[in-house]
Write a protein that binds this ligand. Structure first.
Ligand code: SAM
Length: 257
């Protein structure tokens, strides 16, 4: 399992005056949540991102079915090698102009091989997206989750404080995934944290720890960080490759779990 290097620094993008004033006002408004703790990842120095990860997940099914929740400018969507791609975003990108809740109200019959969740980064929404994705992903398929490792309290805060760097509080779902026997889960320390779920059973369920996790902020993540299955890219890749090797040994279209 990997831990951030203390020598790295949280880098900030350039911001305009309006966003600086807005951030200062919100920082004051939410000062009760201030924490000096930092998970000191330097994401730009890590040479893998969500694009390489999604394509790695799809490499044993290059013609497979891919679903992305939250597509924005299609940076990831257009780079995914899947044969059949569905993208859901109420604002831009993808193939379906609607929210994830609306999409999952009437999902397609066929199950997806890989789902990537990168829509609204609020715990309750990420949780709903995971619950719905578990119903729409085939057994042996994968679900990715973006922005699971905020580095400090501002990056994590809901409501959003900074417009230049924000992961939200989807990280809470990581603790629920660890408590869910129907899935296998790793949290890869690349690209602001990418959660990877392997679906092990039909009707896989997500543990509900909302009562404990709902009110928590960044300091809870910091204090409980060592409990999470955080891995670097190479460790995550070895874990994923082992599943691919097993699927290959069982033969095509064999549900291996
Ligand atoms: C961080 S961007 C996605 C980036 C994209 N996945 C990529 O890797 O390049 C988040 C997107 O989620 C979309 N979004 C916000 N709320 C959503 C919802 N309820 N359902 C689906 N998408 C949502 C936003 O419109 C925005 O385009």
């Amino acid at each position: 399992m990997s831990t951030p290097s203390p020598s790295q620094r949280v880098k900030r993008k350039k911001r305009n005056l309006n966003s600086i004033v807005r951030e200062a006002w919100l920082t004051r408004k939410y000062r009760r949540n201030v924490s000096r703790d930092v998970l000191d990842y330097d994401w730009a120095s890590i040479r893998h991102n969500r694009i390489s990860l999604v394509n790695l997940l799809l490499c044993d099914r290059p013609d497979g079915d891919y679903l992305e929740i939250g597509c924005a400018s299609n940076l990831l969507f257009d780079a995914v090698l899947a044969g059949h791609k569905t993208g859901v975003d109420p604002q831009s990108g993808g193939t379906h102009r609607q929210t994830s809740d609306d999409f999952f109200r009437d999902p397609p019959d066929a199950r997806f091989d890989v789902v990537f969740i990168d829509g609204l980064h609020h715990y309750e929404q990420v949780r709903r997206d995971v619950v719905n994705a578990l119903r729409s992903t085939r057994v042996g398929g994968w679900i990715g989750l973006h922005d699971m490792l905020p580095r400090d309290w501002i990056e994590e805060h809901v409501p959003q404080i900074s417009t230049s760097r924000w992961t939200g509080d989807g990280w809470k779902v990581a603790f629920e995934l660890m408590a869910s026997p129907d899935v296998d889960f790793r949290l890869m320390a690349i690209d602001h944290g990418v959660g990877v779920i392997r679906v092990l059973t039909e009707n896989a369920r997500l543990a509900d720890l909302g009562e404990t996790l709902g009110p928590q902020r960044f300091s809870y993540l910091y204090e409980h960080f060592s409990e999470l299955p955080v891995v670097d890219y190479d460790q995550g890749r070895a874990w994923i490759d082992a599943f691919h090797a097993r699927s290959r040994a069982l033969g095509p279209d064999h549900s291996d779990d």
